[in-house]
Design a binder for this molecule. Structure first.
Ligand code: NOJ
Length: 764
């Protein structure tokens, strides 16, 4: 029996220390009225634990140094052979100065580190292993922006289950996902990680991922803890520049940015991550308002909060914390529990407690929340239960996972244009040319966050097309240009144009490299990087028919292509099965049904151009100079929110409401008949929007309220019925209280936000 198990057994029989004694004060903590808690007067927010006796029995044995060690999270590095932990950090495990390690995966690595924590430290408290398993572990699914284009949360829940199965088989307990930051700004690189610009979609997909990762029971070794991140409003930095200041009203924060996080709490997410940005002058990582008032007091969140990378330390350059000690005080008093990479909790909290600046109960509460999760994961019972060589070998990249990754990739594709039914192509169209730097490029297909995926597993477009067509069909590829933001070399043009001229069809594979979107990858331009635009125009000028396939982490400025290229397929980044998925759409083996979850800007100057804008007192009138419009571009995006084409067509008819009026606690149903009017089976995504015409606070011109994705055979008509509850329509009045005031509500149903049938009802 090692030290921990011995002391644990004894501890159960010991009189429990103050935490047990203070049980009756839990959940009755007072709510601070002050906006910023800066002193030892800060009330401690107690959380209802899941395993209170067990947690208390461990806590009772811990020294202050061991406690602050639990609050410390550091990263493993990577070598050729896989993840490795630096000697310095490894020593810290021996010294019980780490509560968890992230970026550490594989059974071998996690077993090695866990053994030190469990067998070589006084109490043997197991480590938590975390990783950014964002869109798959080794089998890579599409990026979130693509996955949200499926409008199919069940599908994404299943993809997250698969990710959890693979990740937990590699020793992991905890993922830093989902990212549910509402992202209306295509300049911001992390739009690729989001579920687009809409609050409801971010909430629904966030919950789907949480349920996929966490399953029904965290004790099950195939499930892992999820993290709702980044709290809060990280998706709207000024100018779209990552980490920049966020300055939005509390109304916008609460109506647009917080709902996905509230939904995550309601779905039982076990951890939250702080955002890098400030909100209303306070860096999120030290925000009493966000973490104490909203997350703990208003929402009763019972998990733990981890900072983002070095975010505690960053409160100094923000100009909010004077020094390390002050930063530690601000964060711990905001009920932020775990310090990722700053090591400031570890170094500063003992001194702050000794000086009476921070209460020891505050630290105990943070430790308790973390231990609680370690108990829930079963780590105290068997610290090695996730690290199993056989399970790892059987689970990673299972054949059925790869098949499912293909299905998700296919359903994520959005067909933007298809004049004269250029697509689908025949499988024997003569000589096929694939031109562009994303045509046969396994590495960039990884896109943003690829966890343990290996680029060499990715199926490129060239490989996918070769897999799809008969062997005798000639398929050639040239890059034509480098994939670069600063290299606009045209050296490859000649070869590309020669190939275009002697081919029967050209598939242009253009877009962004994997590091041109994602964290710290904001852009001020949405242009195709380098000389790609010029190459596209030159290839088009050869007269050979061109199909454009876009792969990127954000919508790009494709005005020219929209005017000149008959068919445009938007693929985002689709993961391991990219080439197979795109080929299946190009040749019609899969009928595309994905739709945009962002308004695709006409050009960068329109941003932000989200659909839930308000009307202004001078709505656009092309004939009136002094109305709200651009003089050099339309107001409308190039492609509206919710837009996407199919190889078949649909007709919407007979929109009807069950009631012509309801009270503000009532409900009604909205029905519409949708018919597949083409000659192929297809998936249609039916969308329901509303607008409150007049209110004590002006309301957006549309808000998405519900949607469904369904399959229709040629000629088939289905009646779709949505139930609309008055509560879904509540907005915040001038006192920020939820209301639905009397008056007219317009209802819109259609294939995207810009093409809808309309009806209305009254709220009495
Ligand atoms: C910083 C990113 O903002 C966050 O999303 C991620 O989880 C952490 N790094 C850990 O990799």
């Amino acid at each position: 029996m090692n030290n921990f198990w011995m002391t644990f057994t004894v501890a159960i029989m010991l009189p429990l220390l103050f935490l047990l004694a203070s049980c009756d004060t839990r959940n009755t903590a007072t709510v601070s009225d002050s906006r910023v808690t800066r002193s030892s007067e800060s009330p401690v927010r107690f959380t209802e634990l899941r395993n209170p006796e067990k947690v208390d029995s461990v806590l009772a044995l811990m020294t202050l140094e061991e406690k602050v060690g639990q609050l410390n999270l550091l990263s493993s590095g990577f070598a050729e052979t896989g993840p490795v932990l630096s000697e310095e950090y490894r020593d810290m495990i021996f010294e019980a100065k780490l509560g968890g390690v992230f970026n550490a995966h594989t059974v071998e690595h996690t077993l090695d580190l866990q053994r030190i924590a469990v067998e070589e430290t006084r109490l043997g408290i197991p480590l938590l292993f975390a990783f950014d398993v964002i869109r798959g572990h080794r089998t890579l699914f599409p990026v979130a922006l693509a996955e949200s284009s499926t409008w199919d949360p069940e599908l994404i829940k299943k993809a997250s289950r698969i990710a959890a199965k693979e990740a937990t088989a590699a020793g992991l307990h905890w993922t830093f996902a989902p990212m549910i930051d509402v992202s209306p700004d295509a300049r911001w690189g992390r739009i690729v990680e989001s579920h687009g610009e809409d609050p409801l979609l971010n909430a629904i997909f966030g919950v789907a991922r949480i349920e996929g990762f966490q399953g029904d029971n965290l004790y099950d070794v195939t499930t892992m803890m999820a993290t709702a991140k980044h709290f809060a409003a990280y998706g709207v930095p000024e100018a779209g520049r990552d980490y920049n200041t966020v300055d939005i009203s509390e109304r916008t924060l609460r109506e647009i940015h917080l709902p996905p996080f509230k939904a995550a709490v309601d779905a039982g997410v076990r951890s939250f991550m702080t955002a890098f940005n400030e909100y209303d002058g306070v860096p999120a990582t030290g925000s009493d308002f966000l973490f104490n008032r909203v997350l703990r007091d208003e929402w009763d969140f019972d998990g733990f909060v981890v900072t983002d990378y070095t975010a505690i330390m960053e409160m100094m350059p923000h100009g909010y914390a004077r020094d390390d000690a002050h930063a530690a005080e601000l964060s711990i008093n905001a009920n932020v529990d775990m310090d990722m990479m700053s090591q400031i909790f570890l170094n500063e909290l003992p001194g702050l407690i000794e000086q009476g600046i921070v209460k020891e109960e505050q630290v105990d509460m943070a430790v308790a929340r973390i231990l609680d999760m370690k108990f829930e994961l079963g780590l105290f019972e068997d610290p090695y239960r996730y690290s199993d060589y056989d399970r790892e070998a059987e689970t990673i990249m299972r054949e059925d996972f790869l098949e499912f990754a293909l299905e998700v990739a296919q359903k994520s594709i959005v067909l933007l244009k298809n004049d004269n039914n250029v697509l689908p192509l025949s499988k024997d169209p003569g000589h096929i040319a694939i031109i562009g730097p994303l045509g046969d490029n396994q590495y960039d297909l990884l896109g943003s966050w690829s966890a343990a995926a290996e680029w060499s597993d990715n199926v490129t477009l060239l490989q996918g097309i070769r897999n799809a067509v008969p062997e005798n069909v000639r398929v050639s590829h040239v890059d034509g240009v480098p994939l670069s933001l600063d290299d606009d070399s045209r050296d490859g043009f000649e070869e590309a144009l020669r190939l275009a001229r002697r081919s029967d069809v050209v598939i242009m594979a253009l877009g962004e490299g994997r590091h041109m979107s994602g964290e710290a990858a904001s852009r001020t331009s949405l242009d195709l990087p380098g000389a790609q635009q010029e190459l596209l125009e030159a290839v088009h000028a050869t007269g050979t028919p061109v199909v454009l396939v876009l792969m990127a982490g954000r919508p790009l400025d494709i005005r020219w292509a929209d005017e000149h290229i008959p068919a445009i397929v938007n693929a985002w980044y689709l993961g391991t099965r990219t080439g197979d998925a795109i080929a299946s759409v190009l040749f019609g083996d899969h009928n595309p049904g994905g739709k945009l979850t962002i308004s695709w800007p006409h050009n960068v100057g329109q941003i932000p151009n989200y659909y839930y804008a308000k009307k202004t007192g001078r709505p656009k009138d092309p004939n009136q100079r002094y109305t709200s419009k651009f003089i050099d571009a339309p107001n409308a995006p190039l492609y509206p929110f919710g837009y996407g084409l199919s190889y078949t067509t649909y007709e919407y008819d007979n929109l009807r409401l069950s009631e012509s009026e309801i009270t503000n606690t009532g409900s009604l149903t909205v029905s519409v008949d949708v018919t597949n009017t083409g000659n192929r089976t297809g998936d249609e995504i039916v969308q329901l929007y509303t607008r409150k015409m007049v209110a004590s606070v002006t309301q957006p011109v549309r808000r998405l309220r519900d949607f469904t994705r369904m399959t229709l055979e040629p000629g088939q008509t289905e009646t779709v019925t949505f139930t609309l509850n008055a509560e879904q329509l509540y907005y915040l009045d001038q006192q920020l209280e939820p209301v639905l005031e009397p008056g007219t509500v317009m209802v819109f149903v259609g294939p995207n936000v810009a093409e809808t049938l309309e009806a209305s009802f009254e709220v009495r």
